[in-house]
Design a protein around this ligand. Structure first.
Ligand code: PLP
Length: 487
């Protein structure tokens, strides 16, 4: 079984070779019944949209093509075992947490968690102990986690079963996972890494080290985010003696469909194959092009590109992510995002009050970099004229809040809507996640403070969008009525 094999893709193609008649699901019967424009676009791809028929193996009990493809992926990504995910890193985070902790057990969790991690805590009925990443003051975003922070939280909660960390962050900032793994393992805990944004790290030496290389026990990667897999297609990598594999497999069955899409599975197989055969060369040209582009942006006085040199702490930064501070243009990130989208037809990954984020991947090169650099630099002359206009730029607030209930306890409670300005002292009944950066400011069971209310009002008035909440205009929030037990 060499790296040039693509077992799932080959199994599908071999099935198609024999002009098979389909008397099985899915209902569109290999694309034939797909309607309208979707049918036209997917006419060929629909033929690949198969299911667990003879020769195509079974994701939940793999013995053939899927087993082979997962094993090849484990080799490619430096894992002992790799599991394919058809429900994104979301499913991987749920499965990691459900494997690592039993109800009531403690897990150390960063405040810049993705909402799938919070949902994992609810499902596992776990007791989270939150720790905080550093804040990159200049950009107002979550940065890496200091090794000292990990040491302290581990020492204060020796009974915790695992520490979960997000590395890289959405903005590409990486913590020192090697040192963190040592500390966590010395305390007998597992290290779980939400590496959703770092699937490409294994394929070039100038990219940060992977979680697996650094000694993590489990790491989840959204292969679809930075490599060539279809949206949702992701992987969970495992190594070391601490992870109970049988327990993990049971949990994966809990969070994954019994009808996994073969398009997604094949795309994972193909993405791995592409990286192993051509990945290094493709990454080299992309990194080189992006580096040259970064050099050009550095000459722009109104644009401020985040990199390792202007990031305090011992953190690596993914060179393929551009977090560009735009306050020098006297515009908000959202205004720049919208301008680029509408005027230049360039759609970036996200914006926040101060920044925009552009994601480059192995398939980008000089042309793509040049288009963005030119569009950004074209905004500069207007910035000079607009100098007297100041933009309201609230920084993100990441403070520890009192928690009266655990997330799963709060999740089970009745809630009521109250005006945001009257919520002080109430337990949150919903997550409040300014998007971007998608980091919850408060989670169910925590107590609203006046400081947080005023911060949320400022963000709201600056045009930041919120997820997790029922009233996305953030006039009202859901809280737990105080007459309920424990509230
Ligand atoms: C840090 C982080 N973890 C997990 C996820 C979930 O990944 P997926 O969309 O593959 O389910 C995301 C998605 O944006 C994320 O940013």
């Amino acid at each position: 079984m060499g790296i040039s094999t693509i077992p799932i893709m080959n199994a599908i193609l071999s099935h198609l070779q024999h002009s098979p008649g389909s008397y099985h699901v899915p209902g569109h019967k290999m694309g034939r019944g797909l309607d309208g424009a979707l049918g036209a676009w997917l006419s060929q791809a629909g033929r690949l949209d198969l299911t667990e028929i003879p020769g195509l193996d079974d994701l939940h009990a793999p013995e053939g093509a899927i087993r082979e493809a997962q094993s090849l992926a484990a080799d490619a990504f430096g894992a002992e075992e790799t599991y394919f995910l058809v429900n994104g890193s979301t499913a991987g985070n749920l499965a990691m947490i459900l494997t690592a902790v039993r109800p009531g057990e403690k897990i150390l969790v960063p405040r810049n968690l993705h909402k799938s991690v919070l949902n994992g805590l609810v499902l596992a009925k776990a007791q989270p102990v939150f720790y905080h990443p550093e804040v990159h003051e200049e950009y107002g975003i979550a940065s890496g986690v200091a090794v000292e922070t990990v040491r302290e939280i581990v020492q204060s909660h020796r009974e915790a079963k695992a520490l979960l960390i997000v590395s890289p962050t959405y903005h590409g900032i990486c913590s020192d996972l090697k040192k963190i793994a040592e500390i966590v393992h010395e305390a007998g805990m597992m290290l779980l890494v939400d590496e959703a944004h770092g699937a490409h790290f294994a394929f070039h030496e100038s990219l940060p080290e992977t979680a697996m290389e650094s000694g993590a026990d489990m790491a989840v990667q959204s292969t679809h985010k930075t490599l060539g897999a279809l949206t949702q297609a992701s992987m969970l990598h495992v190594r070391g003696p601490q992870v109970d594999r049988a327990r993990l497999r049971k949990r994966l069955q809990l969070v994954q469909s019994t009808s996994p899409s073969y398009l997604l599975l094949a795309s994972l197989d193909v993405a791995r194959h592409q990286m192993q055969t051509e990945g290094h060369a493709m990454m080299s040209q992309a990194i080189e092009a992006v580096k040259k582009g970064a050099g050009r942006l550095a000459t722009s006085p109104h644009l401020n590109l985040l990199d390792e040199n202007n990031t305090p702490g011992n953190f690596r930064v993914d060179p393929l992510k551009w977090t560009i501070g735009v306050t020098g243009l006297h515009k908000t990130g959202s205004q720049v995002y919208e301008h680029l989208h509408l005027q230049n037809r360039l759609t970036l990954e996200l914006s926040d009050p101060q920044n925009v984020l552009a994601v480059f991947t192995y398939t980008d090169g000089d042309r793509q970099v040049d288009r963005l650099v030119k569009a950004l630099q074209a905004l500069e002359p207007a910035a000079k004229e607009a100098r007297e206009h100041e933009v309201l730029l609230p920084k993100m607030l990441y403070t520890a809040l009192e928690a009266k209930l655990l997330p799963h306890e709060a999740f089970e409670m009745d809630t009521e809507r109250v005006p945001l300005q009257g919520a002080a002292g109430c337990c949150a009944g919903e997550m409040v996640i300014p998007y971007p950066p998608g980091i919850p400011l408060i989670v169910p069971g925590e107590v609203w403070t006046e400081e947080l209310i005023s911060h949320v009002q400022t963000l709201r008035d600056a045009g930041v969008r919120f997820q997790g909440v029922e009233d996305s205009r953030m006039q009202e929030v859901r809280v737990l009525p105080q007459q309920q037990k424990g509230v």
